[in-house]
Design a protein around this ligand. Structure first.
Ligand SMILES: [Zn+2]
Length: 72
């Protein structure tokens, strides 16, 4: 069951698209696919949200460490 011809975008492709690092032709193809695929659009949005949550989590941890250091 290995088709290798999945029309869907890989997580890597979604990341590169988000970063604006896809070659022009690939980006055009990816955007054309996103326009007609709610599944990949949702994955793109989820990747975006999780990146934001990750940043918030890291910031929170960093702040807590800074506070602990100031108390010592
Ligand atoms: Zn898709």
């Amino acid at each position: 069951m290995s088709s290798g011809g999945s029309p869907h975008l890989s997580t890597y492709a979604l990341d590169m698209l988000e970063l604006g690092k896809l070659p022009a032709g690939e980006e055009q193809r990816a955007r054309a696919h996103l326009a007609q695929c709610p599944g990949c659009t949702r994955r793109l949005n989820e990747a975006h949200v999780s990146a934001e949550l990750f940043m918030k989590g890291v910031q929170k941890r960093t702040l807590e460490q800074l506070r602990q250091r100031m108390r010592q």
